[in-house]
Write a protein that binds this ligand. Sequence first.
Ligand SMILES: Cc1cc2nc3c(=O)[nH]c(=O)nc-3n(C[C@H](O)[C@H](O)[C@H](O)COP(=O)(O)OP(=O)(O)OC[C@H]3O[C@@H](n4cnc5c(N)ncnc54)[C@H](O)[C@@H]3O)c2cc1C
Length: 450
Amino acid sequence: MVGALERVVGESFVLTDPDLRAPYEVDWTRRFHGSARLVVRPKDTDQVGQVLRCCHEAGATVVTQGGNTGLVGGGVPDRGEVVLSLTRLDDLQEVDTLAGQVSVGAGVTLARVQEHAAASDLHFPVDLAARDSATIGGMIATNAGGIRVLRYGSTRAQVLGVEAVTVDGRVLTRMDGLVKDNAGYDLAGLLTGSEGTIAVITRARLRLVPRLQHRVVALLALDSIEVAQNTLRRVRTAMPSLEAAEVFFADGLDLVLEQTSATAPFAAPHPVYLLLECAAREDPTEELAAALEEVEDLLDVAVGTDAESRARLWELREAHTAAISAAGVPIKLDVSLPPARIGAFLARLDDVVAAIEPAARSIVFGHLGDGNLHVNLLGADPADYNLEAGVLGLTTQLGGSISAEHGIGRAKVAWLHLQRDPTDMAVMSAIKGAFDPDGRLNPGVLFPRR
Ligand SMILES: Cc1cc2nc3c(=O)[nH]c(=O)nc-3n(C[C@H](O)[C@H](O)[C@H](O)COP(=O)(O)OP(=O)(O)OC[C@H]3O[C@@H](n4cnc5c(N)ncnc54)[C@H](O)[C@@H]3O)c2cc1C
């Protein structure tokens, strides 16, 4: 198979040497790793089709990889699969300013799409801290959320079309970008969030929105999660320009200050921090200040109006993922809850964790505006799945989701039954079978390995 693949993509784009394969074989958290038979790096859709045909004929299993920033072990090999890396599919088409859309290759990073749209005074509204590495293909495959979902929706809401290659190398094209198109099943919608289990996404047609130049960020110090939620309720109602509402806590901020060069925002620590960002055609600072005047129990506030001061405040939130990973190999759980249950979840979390592993500690942060909390467990054996069972069990008891935005990957396959009933699982399995009857694409992701 190596020779056949080399003839398709060129010798230097088939990596068999263990040192060259190594970065593709471990995930961002270092929790998930395995060995690849080889890594293949096609440059366009035609090559992806030929590569998949070769793998199909050889009966090889394939793991698709974009920027390898996924947090649930879905993009790294497990047991000798071929890694299909798509970072060379990095073509950016001219922005269609009439439609407010752009077509891009699956391997283009989020940051490049954002810059490209900005050059036409438009904006790609999904944003997340891994923007310099995460690819559009990976974001569609995971239906990535991020920090602006409360205003613009997740990646799904921005996908107007996709091109994808099936396991046997056929190309499926839905790239016309029609805003209204009810001709049959929404296959682009089905591929969004499919985690590389049914086809390989090679291009996408994306929705862009107007670029809002005037921004303000406020970091509020508060006493409790209940006060944070009440504050968010008021600001959300008062300010249609609200784009982000992020939460973190004293222990997470301590870790960020310890592990990075960031400086403390306030003279003294506080229990809860709520970061708000508003963006509009005109400066929203005064409107935000007026909305915050109504907030009782505000312990302190720091405001960023220029790009530099806004970035300083954002760093305190965005550096959490890296600071946690620098402190150890975390068990990362990404849950969402009905807003009314967030307080109950946080009140019970530490007891649930301590009952299973007294040495573990939890660091929580997340997208409060979407009811999405990232629970990071440090000080535990990363292979201890009892902790996941405990925390995800608590989540579903409270009516939440075991995966808000990162996906199921390999990490949460064993817990999907907590949330999806047997009929639901059977329908999903039938869809997988229709696209990939032999289970060759991302084996062990979303469904148990056969
Ligand atoms: C610091 C940091 C912050 C993050 N913040 C957020 C956040 O706020 N919100 C959020 O949702 N996520 C976040 N993530 C997770 C991650 O960035 C997203 O899941 C992202 O969408 C993954 O993109 P990727 O290109 O790195 O995909 P990969 O990690 O390479 O792959 C992820 C999954 O998608 C599949 N896949 C990749 N490309 C394709 C393709 N072209 N076709 C089919 N399947 C494919 C893979 O097989 C795998 O199952 C964060 C990660 C880090 C490291």
